[in-house]
Design a protein around this ligand. Structure first.
Ligand SMILES: [Zn+2]
Length: 163
């Protein structure tokens, strides 16, 4: 799975090093207005935001408000809501993008491929048949057939609907 989970890692680390505010992109997103970091939903304990360096259009992440690096540092209600938001994300991405499948995953620790290892986040990634093969051919070039602002408007609207 390395080829699948690493493309955005470098960009994240570079973005993080450039920041003069909170060194963590998730903590920064929590503090700032939704639009600045493409936050699509805020729950009680977790929030969802678009990945600025998506592997594919619609790639989003669900993270707790607390800056913790392990699932076991989160209370039950936090991880339970994280999974509820994952379910919501599944519906939203299916509705907006009609993918052939979805990847969901947690990378815990740098060795596991986490770009931001200090703050757990669940990747939600729409997949289409053949997309991985295509990615292999073009290497690090990302497929972004849609402007992130457009993705944000669509996904945010779908997330806000009662489900
Ligand atoms: Zn953080």
């Amino acid at each position: 799975m390395d080829h699948l989970w690493t493309p955005w890692r470098r960009s994240y680390i570079e973005a993080t090093n450039r920041s003069e505010e909170s060194p963590c992109i998730f903590c920064r997103a929590i503090e700032r207005p939704d639009e600045e970091n493409f936050v699509v939903f805020r729950g009680e304990h977790n929030f969802a935001m678009l990945n600025l360096y998506p592997y594919s259009t619609g790639h989003l992440m669900v993270a707790p408000y607390l800056h913790v690096s392990r699932l076991n540092e989160s209370a039950d209600e936090v991880t339970a809501e994280m999974m509820r938001l994952a379910r919501r994300a599944e519906l939203v991405i299916e509705e907006v993008y009609q993918p052939h499948g979805l990847n969901m995953g947690l990378n815990l620790g740098e060795a596991a491929g986490a770009g931001i290892a200090g703050h757990i986040h669940l990747h939600v990634l729409p997949r289409w048949k053949g997309d991985a093969n295509f990615m292999t051919v073009i290497g690090n070039t990302r497929i972004m057939p849609e402007a992130i602002e457009t993705t944000y408007a669509k996904v945010r609207a779908a997330f806000q609907q009662p489900r």
